[in-house]
Ligand binder design. Structure first.
Ligand SMILES: C[S@@+](CC[C@H](N)C(=O)[O-])C[C@H]1O[C@@H](n2cnc3c(N)ncnc32)[C@H](O)[C@@H]1O
Length: 306
């Protein structure tokens, strides 16, 4: 869409570093901004560009998205226009939308999205749901590779655990998860470390639910992904070694030592490699091994018990 929603005679902005920020000075109304930002995002290959344009404008103005359309004739102050233009330039450079908006909805929660921390994905809500269902009252839950804390926080929010521990190797992720826990007033104990090494030793053999959305892509899969992923998400959150399975297999190998008898391990993985992960889990002596599908019907989560 390149048409003008407002009355400006300016052509839509179609590119150039900082181009939208410079053009913003000439936007008279919200409608002008909407038309130019939409055109700029379309030229950069962002889809759906109208939705992203409205959400960026709404976030700067502190409005809901539908209000952007209703305010098309409202005059824009220079500072507001410049702020919208700067966000549009970043989105045109294919930074993930949610990182620009600063937060994302995950199940019942709104979470802060942080620099250098993976933006939680809708399919991971299925993993969180399985963890919530598997958590007994007062149970002990460990979320490995917590990122923003999404899964751990959803469990603390929707189940009645006695203890939720969340780990990550990334300092940015640990800080982000701890901040989200504090903002939401949810009790999650966040620790820095590889897999389960930072989990208190006395929890060995006591964990009721071990849940993880670990890095599970190959370097080639990341290289082929959309720029939002390949260029803007942290590599350590995505790549699970040359074959994509390194972190999953190390986690499965540790699961038997940390789970309580009958405890559940839930691991998100690549559809094409879950069968191999399930075979590995069986070889390691885990029981009741199965695979759950995501909302798109793709095999997504490995489920097993000690
Ligand atoms: C795919 S992201 C998932 C983040 C979050 N759980 C979510 O679903 O949005 C994987 C996370 O695992 C972390 N990670 C990678 N290797 C790890 C390891 N060996 N031990 C602990 N965390 C790890 C990354 O830093 C990243 O935050």
């Amino acid at each position: 869409m390149t048409g003008h929603a407002g009355g400006s005679a300016e052509p839509p902005d179609t590119g150039g570093v900082g181009g939208t920020t410079r053009q913003a000075a000439r936007w008279a109304t919200v409608g002008d901004a909407r038309a130019h930002v939409t055109g700029r995002l379309a030229a950069a290959g962002v889809e759906p560009c109208e939705v992203d344009a409205d959400l960026l404008i709404a976030s700067v103005c502190g409005w809901t998205r539908p209000r952007v359309a209703l305010e098309r004739d409202t005059p824009l102050e220079a500072g507001t226009a410049a702020a919208i233009g700067a966000l549009a330039d970043r989105r045109a450079a294919r930074e993930p939308l949610q990182r620009l908006l600063g937060e994302i909805g995950f199940r019942r929660l709104r979470l802060r999205v942080c620099d250098d921390v993976l933006v939680p994905r809708p399919e991971t809500e299925v993993l969180a749901g399985l963890a919530i269902e598997a958590t007994p009252p007062e149970g002990i839950v460990v979320d490995v590779g917590t990122g923003t804390g999404a899964v751990a926080l959803a469990v603390a929010d929707e189940a009645t655990p006695g203890l939720v521990v969340a780990t990550d190797v990334s300092e940015a992720a640990v800080a982000c998860a701890a901040d989200n826990a504090q903002r939401r007033g949810l009790a999650v104990n966040v620790r820095l470390g590889d897999l389960l090494e930072a989990v208190p030793e006395q929890l060995r053999g006591e964990v009721d639910v071990l849940v993880s959305n670990p890095p599970y892509l190959t370097p080639e899969e990341v290289a082929a992904a959309a720029p939002e992923v390949a260029e803007h998400e942290p590599r350590e959150a995505l790549v699970g070694g040359a074959g994509g399975q390194d972190v999953i297999w190390r986690l499965l190998a540790a699961a038997g030592q940390w789970l309580a008898p009958g405890g559940t391990v839930l691991v998100e993985g690549a559809t094409t490699r879950l069968a191999a992960a399930a075979e590995r889990a069986e070889q390691l002596g885990l029981r009741g091994v199965g695979v759950q599908r995501d909302l798109a019907g793709r095999e997504r989560v490995l489920v097993a018990r000690r």
